[in-house]
Design a protein around this ligand. Structure first.
Ligand code: AMP
Length: 388
């Protein structure tokens, strides 16, 4: 789900009218070669993953909407705290966490806060959530910073959402191997004017003298740093020739260059465009783990009766939002039930009618509690009087 987005980077950037920063997102199947997938639904070989790839300018990792979340307090477990042998999270506003350098940058901080808001909104318990920073030895070599949202379940603390700054690693690697440019070209507000020592070949002489080796030697000369070019320039003016040594190429060998073959001089270079490879901030959500944690956190039993279990789902995630039931099995309620059901359906609210005459109203409340249906509308005798 991550790499599929990176290989499409140029199309995505086009789609966003070449404007930075922007993000792409994907929900799909992920596969892990887990050696021992024993922890029930938590460690599986195939699972659903939802990933955002947010592309930022490496020189400016601010987020335009950071101020909206800066005040939000998160339970953070920074690597420094873990290295002291402690596991108690520190409550800190994400604004302070970024300002103090605990979290590397505003975009990463923005997503940590959004992950927190999302987990709260689906019904994860606040006291069973922490954001743990990867220790330096856990972090991928390319990662600038990485935090995991960990949720406590009966299996212990489980990594449910990862949020990493993957730097320019993926785009650079894909570009290297496909030879396709995966970068952003930005018109500079003011042209950048610099002085640079450059080497230009005089192809009329250069080509015939070096024949098949002309191209690699030219490539070599053009790739030289200014300091190395100065050495070649000195040799040409003092000795009337310079020796160029190629190694590790198909054209390996020593080549003699004379002043008529090249021009080495300082030129004024005006750049109107800045080209760079974006860095990527990536929140990745393991949907199965979040759902599993959510089920555990929402499962309860009545204080006085262990047999009476129920789910306290947030309405946003409850499969059925509303139960419709008559106070008794009498036929006079049928039309009212249909009317309420139709009105909820029209409003897009998934509802369920439970009018089984065989069960008492208490029994029907209890079994719909087990399904975690958050609301119930009971049609009673007053309804037949005044429609309430
Ligand atoms: P990772 O890319 O390894 O950080 O994984 C991203 C997210 O995928 C994790 O935060 C987990 O929620 C989820 N995940 C990773 N491995 C598994 C697995 N074997 N089974 C279920 N979910 C997983």
């Amino acid at each position: 789900t991550a790499q599929g987005q990176f290989v499409n980077f140029s199309r995505l950037l086009d789609f966003n009218n070449q404007k930075m920063p922007f993000a792409s997102a994907m929900v799909g199947r992920s596969f892990r070669n887990e050696i021992a997938p024993r922890q029930g639904l938590i460690r599986v070989r195939e699972f659903t993953m939802a990933e955002v790839e947010h592309y930022v300018d490496p020189k400016n990792k601010d987020h335009p909407r950071f101020d909206e979340v800066a005040h939000i307090e998160l339970p953070l477990l920074p690597s420094s705290v873990q290295l002291e042998g402690k596991t108690t999270p520190v409550m800190m506003s994400i604004g302070d966490a970024v300002a103090s350098g605990t979290v590397d940058n505003k975009t990463l901080g923005y997503f940590l806060a959004r992950i927190y808001l999302y987990l709260m909104s689906v019904g994860i318990k606040h006291e069973l959530l922490r954001f743990r920073q990867h220790l330096p030895n856990e972090m991928a070599h390319y990662a600038a910073d990485c935090w995991d949202a960990e949720i406590k379940t009966s299996h212990g603390w489980i990594e449910c959402v990862g949020c990493a700054d993957r730097s320019a690693f993926d785009l650079t690697k894909h570009s290297e191997y496909t030879k396709e440019k995966l970068c952003v070209r930005e018109t500079l507000p003011q042209p950048l004017v610099t002085q640079k020592l450059v080497c230009e070949v005089n192809s009329k002489v250069f080509g015939p003298k070096l024949k098949r080796s002309a191209k690699p030697v030219q490539g070599y000369l053009e790739s030289l740093s200014e300091a190395d070019l100065v050495v070649v320039q000195d040799a040409l003016s003092k000795n009337g020739k310079a020796t160029v040594v190629l190694s590790g190429t198909p054209a390996d060998g020593e080549y003699e260059i004379t002043p008529d073959m090249v021009t080495i001089e300082t030129r004024t270079i005006t750049e109107n465009v800045r080209e760079y490879t974006p860095n990527v901030i990536e929140p990745s959500f393991g949907i199965g783990r979040i759902l599993y944690s959510l089920l555990e956190h929402s499962f309860n039993v009545r204080a006085n009766d262990e047999q009476r279990a129920y789910f306290s789902f947030n309405p946003a995630v409850a499969p059925f939002k509303c139960l419709i039931l008559p106070i008794s099995g009498q036929a006079i309620f049928a039309n009212y039930l249909q009317d309420v059901a139709r009105r909820l359906r029209t409003g897009g609210v998934p509802a369920r009618v439970d009018d089984a005459a065989s069960a008492s109203i208490g029994r029907r409340y209890a079994r719909n509690d087990e399904l975690g249906t958050p609301f119930a509308i009971t049609v009673d005798f007053q309804t037949t009087d005044d429609g309430t």
